[in-house]
Design a protein around this ligand. Structure first.
Ligand code: PLP
Length: 464
C-alpha cells in the first residue's frame, strides 16, 4: 500500500527528470509516483536488503521502520524462506494446474487454523488483502442471506471496489464510485453504535481491524472486540477481523484479536503471510460458512482465483511460519515493542507537539498535535492549510535523509507516524530510531529549519 504518500495536488508538480535510472518506470508505469518520491527525497536505488537493513547503490544503509506496511515481519530476505522457495522451484512440482489437490495448501491451512484457534476450521487462499476482503464480503452474504456490511470509521480495507466501499474516506473514493450499496459506518470501539446497526438485522458482516493501523494505530477498548463478537452473534451478523496488517505475530500474538478475547467467524490475513517475497492471502472461516458457500459438488469451485493456492505462495506461507515460530518472533515483538515505547516516552515526553506514543507488540504510533506556542502554531496551521500531510511528510523526509530511517505516516491519519520495523529488529536499531526521532522532534520545536524546509516542500508540491 503506497497510498499514505498520496498528495492530491501533485498534478501541479512540475515535471523533473527522475533522479535514478527509472526512465522506463516513468514512461510506462507511474510517473507521478516517481515525482512524489523525488519530492520527498525518498527516491534511492536499493541494492540488497537483509533483516531490517536496506542497502543503497550510493553506499547508504537505511533502517526499515515501515516493513512495507507490515509485510516484512520475518525481516527482508530471510535466508530460510529463500532456501525453501529455491527448493520449491527446484523440485519442479505441480504449480497452478487448477485440476489437482495442491499438496502444500492443506498443510498451510491446518497451521493457520490451528494458530488462530477458536472455530476457524477452513481456509480460502488468495493473493492480496483486498481479495481477501472481497471474499469475506461474498462469503458473509452467502452464509446469512443478507446484503449489508458494517465497517468502522477510519478503516483501511484495500482499494478494490468492495473493500473500498468499507472505507469512509473521500480521498480514496473520489472518482471511483458508485460504491457497494448497503454499507454502514460505525465509530470504532463504540458498542452502542454497533448494536443499533446490528439490531436492524440487515447486515451480513461487521468487518473490523482489531487494531486500526492506518487510522493512527488505534487500540480498542479492552472489551470491545469480545463484546462486538457477542452482539454480532445475537443479531445474526458475522464478525470478521481484518488482520491483514496486524496478523502473523506483528502485535506479539498470532492475531491481534487474541489479545482481546475476540472470537471471529472469519479472519482475513495477507501481507506478512507472504514472507515478503511471494504474494499470499488467506480467509479463515468456520465450517458453517464454508458449507454455506461451497457445500455441494455443484458449488465446489464457486469462488476461486487462478493464482490461489499456487505452490510458491503456499511454500512462502509455510516457510514464514517456520521462521516466525522457530525464532519466537511473537514474544520478541512483545518485549521489544514495550522497550521501544518506553524509550520513546522517555525521549519525547518534554515536547509539546508529541501527543501520545502508543501501540501493541511491534506496531506503534507517535501522535503529534498542533503546538500551543503562537509562532509554531502559525507555521503548523499554514502547512496544514496547504496539505494536511505536509507536516508528517517533513518528518518522514528528515528521518530518511538525515538519519537513514524509512517510515511513513498513517494513511488515514496524517498526524500519526507509524513505527513498524521487522520483528527481528535489534535493540541497537531501536536506539538509532529513538535517537533520530528525538533529533527531528527537537528541530521541529527549536529551529526554524524544519518549518522552512516544510514550506519549501509545500511550494514545490503546489508549484507556487
Ligand atoms: C488492514 C488492511 N486490510 C486490507 C488491506 C489491503 O491489502 P492489499 O493491499 O494486499 O490489497 C490493507 C493494505 O494496506 C490493510 O492495511
Amino acid at each position: 500500500m503506497l497510498a499514505n504518500l498520496s498528495w492530491p495536488s501533485l498534478s501541479l508538480v512540475k515535471s523533473t527528470p527522475p533522479q535514478t535510472s527509472t526512465a522506463d518506470y516513468v514512461e510506462f508505469v507511474n510517473p507521478q509516483w516517481v515525482r512524489l518520491l523525488d519530492l520527498l527525497q525518498l527516491n534511492v536505488e536499493y541494492t540488497d536488503c537483509t533483516g531490517t537493513e536496506l542497502h543503497t547503490s550510493d553506499g547508504r544503509t537505511i533502517l526499515d521502520f515501515l516493513s512495507g506496511y507490515c509485510v516484512h515481519n520475518a525481516g527482508h530476505n530471510h535466508p530460510d524462506i529463500i532456501r525453501q522457495l529455491q527448493d520449491e522451484l527446484a523440485r519442479r512440482g505441480p504449480a497452478m494446474l487448477q485440476s489437482h489437490v495442491p499438496d502444500l495448501t492443506g498443510k498451510l491451512a491446518r497451521r493457520l487454523c490451528e494458530l488462530a484457534g477458536g472455530r476457524l476450521r477452513k481456509a480460502f487462499f488468495a493473493c492480496s488483502g483486498s481479495e481477501g476482503v472481497e471474499s469475506a464480503i461474498k462469503f458473509s452474504r452467502a452464509a446469512t442471506n443478507r446484503r449489508g456490511t458494517i465497517y468502522a470509521a477510519g478503516a483501511f480495507h484495500g482499494l478494490t471496489c468492495g473493500a473500498l466501499s468499507l472505507m469512509g474516506s473521500d480521498f480514496w473514493r473520489e472518482k471511483f464510485g458508485p460504491m457497494l450499496a448497503d454499507t454502514a459506518e460505525v465509530p470504532y470501539s463504540d458498542l452502542s453504535a454497533l448494536r443499533e446497526r446490528l439490531a436492524t438485522k440487515q447486515y451480513a458482516a461487521f468487518i473490523v481491524e482489531p487494531v486500526q493501523s492506518e487510522a493512527g494505530v488505534r487500540l480498542p477498548h479492552p472489551d470491545y472486540l469480545r463484546e462486538a463478537g457477542r452482539l454480532c452473534a445475537k443479531y445474526g451478523t458475522l464478525f470478521v477481523l481484518d488482520e491483514v496488517q496486524t496478523g502473523m505475530f506483528r502485535t506479539g500474538r498470532f492475531l491481534a484479536g487474541q489479545h482481546f478475547g475476540a472470537e471471529p467467524d472469519m479472519v482475513i490475513m495477507a501481507k506478512a503471510l507472504s514472507g515478503g517475497l511471494i504474494p499470499c492471502s488467506a480467509v479463515l472461516m468456520t465450517d458453517k460458512i464454508y458449507d454455506a458457500v461451497y457445500g455441494s459438488l455443484k458449488r465446489s469451485i464457486v469462488h476461486t482465483s487462478t493464482f490461489s493456492e499456487n505452490s510458491m505462495s503456499m511454500r512462502a506461507g509455510l516457510a514464514t511460519l517456520d521462521v516466525l515460530e522457530g525464532e519466537d518472533l511473537g514474544d520478541r515483538a512483545l518485549a521489544m515493542g514495550e522497550l521501544l515505547r518506553h524509550r520513546l516516552d522517555e525521549a519525547l515526553s518534554g515536547y509539546e507537539m508529541v501527543r501520545d506514543v502508543r501501540g501493541i507488540g511491534m506496531l506503534s504510533g507517535i501522535e503529534f498535535q498542533p503546538p500551543k506556542q503562537m509562532g509554531l502554531r502559525l507555521a503548523f496551521e499554514a502547512f496544514r492549510h496547504i496539505h494536511e500531510g505536509m507536516f508528517g511528510q517533513t518528518i518522514v523526509m528528515r528521518l530518511f535523509r538525515d538519519h537513514g530511517i524509512l517510515t511513513q505516516i498513517c494513511g488515514n491519519n496524517f498526524l500519526v507516524l507509524k513505527v513498524a520495523p521487522p520483528l527481528v529488529v535489534t535493540t541497537g536499531q531501536l536506539d538509532s530510531f529513538v535517537h533520530a526521532i528525538r533529533e527531528v522532534v527537537d528541530v521541529m520545536h527549536n529551529s526554524t529549519s524544519f518549518w522552512t524546509e516544510a514550506l519549501g516542500l509545500a511550494r514545490r508540491a503546489v508549484n507556487v
